[in-house]
Design a protein around this ligand. Structure first.
Ligand SMILES: Cc1ncc(COP(=O)(O)O)c(C=O)c1O
Length: 298
């Protein structure tokens, strides 16, 4: 079976002709480049956000900008722009691309261009580098996702806090590689205590007997889609719990789904070779997808 990903989009030839924002300039894709001395390229020293355009509006933009600025503060990176200036850069890029809906933006900020090819952050003397890649994007999922549990863990916050949307994603990438080598699409990652936490690129929910469970929120990305799904459950009388649970609870769940800005809610069909429910999208996942769609398109 071919691999699919939670970040799979329909092929769209227009993406070859997109305009990309780099440090205040909007350039054709082929000219939108950064230096090999850039801290983001050299060391993964930067933070980013993924944002989606639905019906002319960037969904939950203020939440994304809050998280971006929070992450920048945590890594002591001065974005050099206000939130309103970042919003203007986003809307200029959107206008340059003539996009009105079904677009995805990756907003990236790195510590900038270094004077020498070494680690010390002070060597970034030109910066930050701010780039926005905006693509036409309609998520396309040919079938529910298969997960494999991998040995790579969601670590403790005093190493590289797993809540940080850092450019460096090596832990998640290694997890994803391990999952693919095990014949799955994406990695299911446990926390340091062995509880089910998240995947390498999305937050994870299980549905058991009409209840919706997700991790306590420790060790995983503070996902904006995750938060909206929890809010939607609460607003619609669906019992929702942020709690510890294990693989035993997960294999026997009625439904499992993932959340993320790109794919919204993605059904999981198989985990570690065990079929989840009937292997197809379940009624709770479908209901939450509809509620979420109504929220972003409102
Ligand atoms: C590891 C990880 N988990 C979860 C998410 C989903 O977060 P959000 O719903 O804010 O897109 C992301 C997205 O960047 C991620 O990288």
């Amino acid at each position: 079976m071919d691999n699919v990903s939670t970040h799979q989009a329909e092929e769209d030839a227009r993406n070859e002709a997109i305009q990309i924002y780099v440090n205040g300039r909007i350039l054709p894709k082929a000219q939108a480049v950064v230096s090999v001395y850039d801290a983001g390229f050299m060391l993964g020293d930067g933070v980013w956000e993924g944002i989606r355009l639905y019906n002319g509006r960037w969904a939950f933009l203020d939440d994304h900008l809050y998280r971006l600025f929070e992450a920048a503060l945590a890594i002591d990176l001065d974005i050099g722009m206000t939130k309103d200036q970042v919003k203007s850069a986003l809307s200029d890029t959107q206008s340059a691309n003539g996009m009105t809906t079904d677009a995805h933006a990756r907003l990236m900020v790195t510590r900038g261009v270094k004077t020498r090819p070494f680690q010390h952050p002070k060597l970034s003397q030109r910066g930050p580098t701010v780039a926005i890649i905006m693509e036409h994007s309609r998520p396309k999922l040919p079938r529910p996702i298969r997960l494999a549990t991998v040995p790579h863990m969601r670590g403790l916050p005093m190493t590289q806090d797993p809540k940080l949307n850092s450019h460096s994603k090596l832990n998640c990438i290694l997890a994803c590689i391990a999952a693919e080598k095990a014949g799955a699409d994406e990695a299911l990652m446990l926390d340091v205590h062995g509880f089910v936490n998240t995947t390498n690129a999305c937050n994870l929910f299980v549905v058991r007997k009409g209840q919706v469970w997700t991790s306590t929120g420790d060790y995983c990305m503070n996902g904006i889609t995750r938060g909206k799904v929890i809010d939607l459950c609460q607003a619609n009388g669906i019992p929702v719990f942020q709690r510890n649970f294990t693989l035993v609870d997960t294999y026997s769940a009625d439904e499992v789904f993932l959340t993320g800005t790109f794919g919204a809610q993605t059904p999981v069909g198989i985990i570690d070779g065990r079929r989840i429910g009937d292997g197809q999208i379940g009624p709770m996942t479908a209901r939450l997808r509809d509620l979420y769609k109504a929220l972003v398109c409102a």
